[in-house]
Design a protein around this ligand. Structure first.
Ligand code: NAD
Length: 309
C-alpha cells in the first residue's frame, strides 16, 4: 500500500506519523511546495520508523513521485490563525486545491485512487476536489466531522464517567461553526442518552448540553490559541479513516462527501459506511426538528461558500 501526502506542515506531519504507526502502509511519499520542508519531514519520519514499522518514507520534488499511490491525502494550505474562522481560508485554499488536484490526477490511477481531503474549509474543498478530479463522490472523502465527533465523545464521556468508546454520538453537517450535534440519536452502551443518564443517575440538562455544544464547536479555536495550530487529533482521525479503507472495515464514520441533502448536492458530514472503495453508504439518523433544520442551514452555508469561489 503506497500513500502520498500532499502538504507536510503541522497537519501533514502528524498525519504521516499516525499513518506510519498503523503499520498498514509499506511506502509513504511526501510532497510539499516547500521541498526543504518535505525532505526534512521525510528524514525525521524515516528515523522514527526505525523504532517501529518498516515504512519507506521519501520526499518527492514533483508529482511524478506519487505514481502508484493507492490513497492521496491532501493536507496542504493555510491554517487558521488565532481569531480566524475556517471560512476565512476559502479563497486562498481553493487556489491550493486547484493547483494540487489536477496534478495529482495526472499521476494516479483514476479507476481506483481514493482522495482524502483535510484542508479547510473542509466541505467546500471536498466539493472543489471532486469537481476537479471528476472522481466518483464516494472516492473523494473529507475527514469532515470525524474530529468534531471525537471531541463530542470525549467531552460526553468525561461528563458521564464512561469510556468515549462506549459513546455513540455524532456531529453532522459542516466541519465548522454551523455543525450540528445529533443528540436525538446519541446512545451509550446501547441505551438512548436520556435512559443512560436516568439509569446511571447522571444529569445532562439543556444548559449542560449547550455548554457541550459550545465546547465542541470552539475546540479548534481553543487549541489554536494555546499551541498555534491543531494537528494530533486530525492526524489520528486520518489514520483511522485510512485503516477503515485499507482493511475494508465498513465502519460508520462521519465523513464528508458530495451527496444529496434535501434537494441540494453538497459535501457535508453524515454517518457513512466506509470501505475499500470509499464511502459505500450514507445513513440518515433520527433528528429533532431543530437538528434537521440545523443540518439544512449548514448545507446552505457550505453551498453558498462553494458558489462564492
Ligand atoms: P501548515 O502551514 O503548517 O502547513 C501547510 C503546508 O502546506 C505547508 O508546508 C505549505 O508549504 C504547504 N502548501 C501550501 N500550498 C501548497 C501547494 N499548492 N502545494 C503543496 N504544498 C502546499 O498548516 P497546517 O497546520 O498543517 O494545516 C493544513 C491544513 O489543514 C489547513 O487548511 C488547516 O486548516 C487544515 N486542518 C484541517 C483539520 C480538519 O479537521 N479537517 C484539522 C486541522 C487543520
Amino acid at each position: 500500500m503506497k500513500i502520498a501526502i500532499i502538504g507536510v506542515g503541522s497537519v501533514g506531519s502528524a498525519v504521516a506519523t499516525a499513518v506510519k504507526n498503523t503499520g498498514l502502509v509499506h511506502e509513504m511519499v511526501l510532497f510539499d511546495r516547500d521541498g526543504v520542508r518535505a525532505r526534512a519531514a521525510a528524514e525525521d519520519l524515516g528515523h522514527a520508523a526505525t523504532f517501529g514499522f518498516d515504512v519507506k518514507i521519501t520526499a518527492v520534488n514533483n508529482y511524478r513521485g506519487i505514481r502508484g499511490s493507492d490513497i492521496v491525502i491532501i493536507a496542504a494550505g493555510a491554517n487558521q490563525k488565532p481569531g480566524q474562522t475556517r471560512t476565512d481560508l476559502l479563497q486562498n485554499n481553493a487556489d491550493v486545491i486547484r493547483d494540487i488536484v489536477p496534478r495529482v490526477m495526472d499521476n494516479v490511477d483514476a479507476k481506483n485512487v481514493v482522495l482524502i481531503l483535510v484542508t479547510n474549509p473542509l466541505d467546500v474543498m471536498v466539493m472543489l476536489a471532486q469537481s476537479l478530479s471528476k472522481l466518483p463522490p464516494s472516492r473523494v472523502i473529507g475527514t469532515g466531522t470525524m474530529l468534531d465527533t471525537a471531541r463530542l465523545r470525549t467531552i460526553l464521556s468525561r461528563n458521564l464517567s464512561v469510556s468515549p468508546q462506549s459513546v455513540n454520538a455524532y456531529v453532522l453537517g459542516e466541519h465548522g461553526d454551523s455543525s450540528v450535534i445529533n443528540w436525538t440519536s446519541a446512545t451509550i452502551g446501547g441505551l438512548a442518552l436520556d435512559d443512560f443518564c436516568r439509569q446511571t443517575k447522571n444529569a445532562l440538562p439543556q444548559t449542560s448540553r449547550n455548554t457541550i455544544e459550545h465546547r465542541v464547536r470552539n475546540a479548534a479555536y481553543e487549541i489554536i490559541r494555546g499551541r498555534g495550530a491543531t494537528w494530533d487529533g486530525i492526524g489520528a482521525a486520518v489514520a483511522d479513516l485510512l485503516r477503515c479503507i485499507i482493511n475494508d472495515e465498513h465502519r460508520v464514520l462521519t465523513t464528508s462527501i458530495v451527496s444529496g441533502v434535501g434537494k441540494d448536492m453538497v459535501a457535508c458530514s453524515m454517518p457513512r459506511i466506509v470501505g475499500a472503495s470509499g464511502v459505500v453508504n450514507t445513513l440518515i439518523p433520527k433528528m429533532s426538528a431543530a437538528e434537521s433544520s440545523g443540518l439544512r442551514r449548514s448545507a446552505k452555508i457550505i453551498q453558498k461558500n462553494f458558489a462564492n469561489l
